[in-house]
Design a protein around this ligand. Structure first.
Ligand code: NAD
Length: 362
C-alpha cells in the first residue's frame, strides 16, 4: 500500500510513520506543513528508507494536495494533521478553525476528486481514515460512565469543537458522496517524541531542571492514557482492516488523575535520577498548583470494546510500563529535547529534501 499520512512530523503522526516503515512493507508519503509542532528529527530513524517520502505542504492548499494525489496515487489517507493543544486553542482559536476544519474540508475534497478518478479495485480499496479525539464527547462527571461510539458530541474547547466539526465533515462526505471513510476517536496519548508543552513531557523536563511542575486546579481531572505506539498499532489495524463508514474508539483503560500522573513521574525520577536539582529532597516538592484552565473537562474515559472485539486490538503497555519507558526515553534523548527548547529543531527544515528531489525518488 501507499499511505498518505498528514501530520507525520507530529507526535502521533511520527509514531504512525515509524510503525509503518519499521513493521510493514508499505510506502509512506508524509504531508506536513511543519508548524511549531512538526519535528522532522522525530523521523531520523526512518528518513533514509526508500519507502518514505516527505512533502512540506499545508492541508489547506488544494492545488498542492491535488498534485500529491496525482503523483503518488495513494491507496489510503491517514489524516492526523491538526492544531492539537487545548491551551493554544483558548489563546488563539483561528489556526484551529483554519487547519482542523478548513484543512480537513480541503483534504476531503482533494481525496474525493482523486477517488472519483479511480476505477475497479483501486477505487474499492481506497480509504480515508480520519484521526480524532475523545474530547469531541465533552466530559464525564460520574466515575463509571464511558464514551462509546454513539455518545453524543458535546465539545467544550475551541480545539475539541474544531475536531468535532471535522468528524462531522468526514461522516457527511461518506454519507453524501460515498467516500470510503473511517473515523477513530482516541484518548490522551503519551510516550516518546511528545512536544514539551504537554503535561507528561513538561513534567519530566521541568523536574530535571528543578523548575515548578504546574498542575491545573487541584489536579483531580481524570484522563485515560494510551501509550502512543499502542495508538499507532491501532490506527494501522483500522486503516487496513476497519469497516468503511464505521467509528472506532481507542483507549488504554488507564484512568489516572492528573496529580497522580505527575506524582508517578516524580517517583520514577526519584529512583532513576536521585541527584535532585536545587537542593530539593524529592521531585514532588516542585509540584505547584496553578489557576485552572477555563472550561476544563473533568473526566474522559473510553470504552474500547468495539475495536477489541471486531479488530482484535488491545494495548500492549499498561500505564506503569508505558510511563517508565517514557521517562527513560526523555532521559536518554536530551538532545531531541534541547533542540526543541532552543528552537534549533526548526532549522533542520532548512536542510530538508525539497519536493522535486522527493518526486524523483519514486
Ligand atoms: N495527542 C493526543 O493525545 C491525541 C489524542 C487523540 C487524538 N489526537 C489527534 O491526533 C492527531 C495528531 O495529534 P498529535 O498529538 O500528534 O499532534 P501534534 O500537534 O504533535 O502534530 C500535528 C502535526 O500536524 C502538522 N500540521 C499542523 N497544521 C498543519 C497543516 N495546516 N497542514 C499540514 N500539516 C499540519 C504539524 O506540523 C504537526 O507535525 C490530531 O488530529 C489530534 O487531534 C491527539
Amino acid at each position: 500500500m501507499k499511505i498518505l499520512v498528514t501530520g507525520g512530523a507530529g507526535f502521533i503522526g511520527s509514531a504512525v510513520v515509524r510503525e509503518i516503515i519499521n513493521h510493514t512493507n508499505n510506502i509512506v508519503i508524509n504531508v506536513d506543513k511543519l508548524t511549531y509542532a512538526g519535528n522532522l528529527e522525530s523521523l531520523d530513524s526512518i528518513a533514509n528508507s526508500d519507502r518514505y517520502h516527505f512533502a512540506q505542504v499545508d492541508i489547506c492548499d488544494r492545488e498542492a494536495l491535488d498534485k500529491l494525489f496525482t503523483h503518488y496515487q495513494p491507496d489510503a489517507v491517514m489524516h492526523l494533521a491538526a492544531e492539537s493543544h487545548v491551551d493554544r486553542s483558548i489563546d488563539g482559536p483561528a489556526a484551529f478553525i483554519e487547519t482542523n476544519i478548513i484543512g480537513t474540508y480541503t483534504l476531503l475534497e482533494a481525496a474525493r476528486h482523486y477517488w472519483n478518478s479511480l476505477n475497479g479495485e483501486d477505487k474499492e480499496r481506497f480509504r480515508f481514515h480520519h484521526i480524532s479525539t475523545d474530547e469531541v464527547y465533552g466530559d464525564l462527571h460520574g466515575t463509571q460512565d464511558l464514551f462509546t461510539e454513539t455518545t453524543p458530541y458535546a465539545p467544550s474547547s475551541p480545539y475539541s469543537a474544531s475536531k468535532a466539526s471535522s468528524d462531522h465533515l468526514v461522516r457527511a462526505w461518506h454519507r453524501t458522496y460515498g467516500l470510503p471513510t473511517i473515523v477513530t476517536n482516541c484518548s490522551n496519548n503519551y510516550g516518546p517524541y511528545h512536544f514539551p508543552e504537554k503535561l507528561i513531557p513538561l513534567t519530566i523536563l521541568n523536574a530535571l531542571e528543578g523548575k515548578p511542575l504546574p498542575v491545573y486546579g487541584d489536579g483531580s481531572q481524570i484522563r485515560d492514557w494510551l501509550y502512543v505506539e499502542d495508538h499507532a498499532r491501532a490506527l494501522y489495524k483500522v486503516v487496513t482492516e476497519g469497516e468503511v463508514g464505521e467509528t472506532y474508539n481507542i483507549g488504554g483503560h488507564n484512568e489516572r488523575k492528573n496529580i497522580d500522573v505527575v506524582k508517578t513521574i516524580c517517583a520514577i525520577l526519584d529512583e532513576l535520577k536521585p541527584n535532585h536539582p536545587n537542593g530539593i529532597k524529592q521531585y514532588a516538592d516542585l509540584i505547584t498548583f496553578v489557576t485552572d484552565r477555563p472550561g476544563h473537562d473533568y473526566r474522559y474515559a473510553i470504552d474500547a470494546s468495539k475495536i477489541a472485539n471486531t479488530l482484535n486490538w488491545r494495548p500492549e503497555e499498561t500505564f506503569e510500563s508505558g510511563i517508565r519507558k517514557t521517562v527513560i526515553w526523555y532521559l536518554e534523548n536530551q538532545a531531541w529535547c534541547r533542540n526543541i527548547k532552543d528552537g534549533s529543531y526548526a532549522r533542520v527544515r532548512a536542510g530538508i529534501i525539497n519536493r522535486s528531489t522527493e518526486e524523483s525518488k519514486q
